[in-house]
Design a protein around this ligand. Structure first.
Ligand code: UDX
Length: 441
């Protein structure tokens, strides 16, 4: 089957590569010439474990190619729209690029197509896409038939390949029997492998994505709030989470207390569903509270570090080492990363920052350019600790778990260690050697 994928961001690129791996003929299109040139050179515009190998393999097998010309996708039976839906100032998702793409497809198409929306879009967008495609076809005097399907993506950055190769479920939102059968063929590998499929209508499929992300965000904010209380009462959040997770109805996943959720999905999608609800005269009180709790969590981290350090001196004389900038490990993505707020809050208090992240430095530099004069970037974790009065572990990269703590201690000027992911919480020998602060303990 010939498949076009429009948009080579995280979702589109991984989707294109995986569908090629499933034996489909894929053409990935993006308006960014830079990205397509990179892909044609065999380079990835994103850091994602395991993706490069599959890209090379499927390009070599002639099942995967890249283009900047949308017309190259028009021979496809199925076209995936996987373009960005960035948040507007009011928190609502901007679906302009999705609608523009739909119009573009309609302008060029001349035979039946399944137009599949992979981008995370507010409920109702699939209907809008249907309307725009029909209007454009009418305006061009074409009687071509088509169906629109919502097929949300649940991949996590850093585990994107695995999530797409072995997803928990595939959601197909359409009332067209013909489109349904075609989508079953697109995912025939997964269908035969007994991956659960849920067939539903457009609106339900669109809302499933937001409901899932919002629920996980609520779970994180919940445990973070518990962590704040645990700190005040002498309880231990890790044991609380462990015990809660033993209840099969709760599950232990997404119960790790930390500096707050970040990334390209949770912050954006929670705001977007609150906005969609508002437009429909409903208030998403639980999700709204999770968003506010997340903002508070980041501020609490800043406050704890500032308050603790100010008791032993003036922050403007201090250097703080930061370990981890990306919003989570194994990605170079720093979108809405808690590190950005935390660094901002410490710089506001006068501190100098020495930051290290295995993959996130280049992206962070762009976001922190306004405070570039007080930040230096280290080549490794030990350099980040050099002369530092305090060390703040913001992102739990695996390589930090094996830190040579004696070397860190020798490199530092002070002894403060703020472990915002509780990586070392179970290591009493570390707690004894540093002025150690975890989260929720
Ligand atoms: C998320 C969803 O998991 C995925 O299904 C969806 O398609 C896109 O959004 P992603 O943003 O890649 O994926 O990251 P995820 O691993 O879910 O983590 C999101 C944020 O929550 C990170 O900042 C992470 O540090 C934080 N988090 C996660 C916690 O603070 N505690 C946890 O227990 C889990």
């Amino acid at each position: 089957m010939n498949i076009g994928v429009i948009g080579t961001g995280y979702v589109g690129l991984v989707q294109g590569v995986i569908l090629a791996e499933f034996g489909m003929n894929i053409v990935c299109m993006d308006i960014s010439k830079d990205k397509i040139d990179m892909l044609n050179r065999g380079e990835l515009p994103i850091f994602e474990p395991g993706l490069k190998e599959l890209l090379d393999k499927n390009v070599a097998a002639n099942r995967l190619r890249f283009t900047t010309n949308i017309k190259d996708t028009i021979n496809s039976d199925v076209i995936f729209i996987a373009v960005g839906t960035p948040p507007k100032d009011d928190g609502s998702a901007n679906v302009k690029y999705v609608l523009d793409t739909a119009k573009n497809i309609a302008t060029h198409m001349d035979k039946y197509k399944v137009i599949v929306n992979k981008s995370t879009v507010p409920v109702g967008t699939g209907r809008q896409v249907t309307g725009i495609v029909q209007q454009t076809l009418d305006a061009c005097g074409k009687e071509t038939d088509f169906d629109v399907v919502s097929n949300p993506e649940f991949l996590r950055e850093d585990k994107a390949v695995r999530d797409c190769l072995t997803p928990d479920r595939i959601i197909i939102g359409t009332t067209s029997e013909k489109a349904r059968k075609i989508m079953q063929r697109v995912y025939s590998v997964l269908y035969l492998n007994k991956t659960p499929f849920l067939f539903t209508n457009l609106e339900t499929a669109e809302m499933i994505k937001y409901a899932s992300n919002a629920f996980l965000a609520v779970k994180i904010s919940f445990i973070n709030e518990m962590a704040l209380l645990a700190e005040k009462t002498g309880a231990d959040i890790q044991q609380i989470a462990q015990a809660m997770g033993m209840d099969g109805r709760i599950s232990p996943k997404f119960l790790h207390a930390g500096p707050g959720f970040g990334g390209s999905c949770f912050p954006k999608d929670t705001r977007a569903i609150v906005d969609t609800a508002r437009q429909h005269g409903e208030e998403m009180m639980v999700i709204d509270a999770a968003i506010r709790a997340n903002e508070k969590q980041k501020q609490k981290m800043i406050h704890k570090i500032r308050f603790t350090l100010s008791e032993s001196g003036d922050l403007s004389d201090m250097t703080i080492g930061i370990l981890g900038l990306s919003f989570k490990p194994d990605t170079d993505d720093i979108r809405d990363a808690p590190s950005l707020d935390i660094i901002g809050g410490l710089v506001d208090a006068g501190a100098h920052i020495r930051a290290y992240c295995p993959e996130g430095i280049e992206a962070a530099k762009g976001h922190l350019v306004h405070i570039g004069h007080v930040i230096t970037y280290a080549a490794n974790e030990y350099q980040a600790a050099e002369g530092a009065d305090a060390l703040v572990l913001v992102t739990e990269w695996n390589q930090f778990r094996g830190l040579d703590l004696q070397r860190i201690k020798q490199n530092m000027r002070g002894r403060f260690f703020f472990d915002l992911r509780n990586v070392f919480a179970g290591r009493p020998e570390l707690v004894a050697e540093f002025n150690y602060f975890g989260v929720g303990r």
